[in-house]
Design a binder for this molecule. Structure first.
Ligand SMILES: [Zn+2]
Length: 338
């Protein structure tokens, strides 16, 4: 059942955590915890440093960690998800204090865990209290915070795929929610410079757009409005390399490639992901890995039983791959905003 979060933003607002009554358990990681501690002096009941998101490890936590009255997630996606899992299992108060806005974990109801390096989702608890501390978030590398724009920018390609699935396969489609998604995309576009600068306005924009997206996706019980073929590129590249990437790098690459395959306002898509500062050249992937990802995309989609998209309607030819890779790296040589 969807529950709207109460989001408080401000400089140093994570300091409010020290006023939380009872035994507070913090799920965090070393870097964000250190950054937080240089600003605030607070000793919670227990600090748990997240070291694994493997399903077995996460599921063992409620039995091994000390009892508590409230759980705080202070860090990135893994810290927030671990806290969410604990609070869900223990049915106690949950407070999110993200130290980066690279993923929507502080606002979603599910917990991303890994089974044999593949993502699975468990749990079900919508965070009610979210503290957005500009000081803490701005202390993180800028590119990680810009990466959060990817799951909003992905609306551009995802809406196209959703429409295709509706027209060709009769998949349920909601024109009102498609319009709300489009409005989120436009809001990101209007605020791209702030997102790039990681200004308070840019941070608030990302968080507010995550909030809206989580809310309308919960209404139709699908992430179709923001998850299309660009995410297939991301999942397949992770499968091929068996490495972990910044989600925004892979989804940025997916938007770049799939907007071309869709013939869907390519210049607009390029401009948006550039201005938000997504590293869509996926600097930690080689050209050969990206080529292989595109070559095997349809087979991967069929085998994994994932959703219908442009990958089902447009063949990914060698010419397409050559031209798109040329475009991808040609842009690397030109003017780059990052
Ligand atoms: Zn995503």
């Amino acid at each position: 059942m969807y529950q709207a979060p109460e989001i408080q933003s401000g400089r140093g607002i994570a300091g409010n955590l020290s006023h939380v009554p009872g035994r507070v358990l913090v799920a965090t990681m070393e870097i964000p915890w250190k950054l937080f501690q240089t600003r605030q002096s607070w000793t919670p009941h227990h600090v748990h440093f997240v070291d694994s998101m493997d399903k077995d490890a996460v599921e063992a936590l409620p039995d091994t960690l000390p009892e508590c009255d409230a759980v705080v997630g202070l860090g990135g996606g893994s810290a927030c998800d671990t806290a969410k899992y604990l609070a869900w299992k223990r049915q106690c108060r949950l407070i999110m204090a993200p130290s980066i806005v690279s993923v929507d974990a502080p606002l979603t109801n599910t917990v991303a865990v890994r089974v044999d390096k593949q993502v699975q989702y468990i749990g079900n608890l919508y965070p009610r209290e979210v503290l957005i501390d500009y000081d803490l978030i701005q202390a993180a590398p800028k590119e990680l915070n810009r990466a959060g724009a990817c799951d909003i920018a992905s609306i551009h390609t995802a809406l196209h795929d959703w429409d295709l699935a509706h027209k060709n396969m009769g998949e349920p489609y909601d024109a009102g929610i498609a319009a709300e998604s489009q409005e989120c995309l436009e809001e990101l576009d209007r605020n791209a410079a702030e997102v790039y600068a990681v200004s308070p306005k840019g941070i608030d924009t990302i968080i507010d757009l995550f909030r809206r997206e989580v809310e309308f996706c919960s209404r139709i019980n699908t992430s179709r409005p923001e998850e299309g073929s660009e995410h297939l590129v991301a999942y397949n590249l992770e499968r091929i390399t068996r490495r972990h990437f910044v989600h925004g790098d892979l989804v940025g690459l997916g938007i770049f490639m799939m907007a071309r395959l869709q013939g869907n306002r390519v210049d607009y898509a390029d401009s948006l992901i550039q201005r938000c500062g997504l590293r869509y050249q996926a600097p930690n992937a080689t050209p050969d890995e990206i080529r292989m990802c595109l070559q095997t995309l349809k087979v991967f989609k069929d085998k994994s039983g994932l959703f219908y998209s442009v990958v089902d309607t447009e063949p990914i030819t060698e010419t397409f791959i050559r031209e798109s890779l040329k475009a991808l790296y040609a842009q690397a040589e030109g003017e780059r905003p990052f």
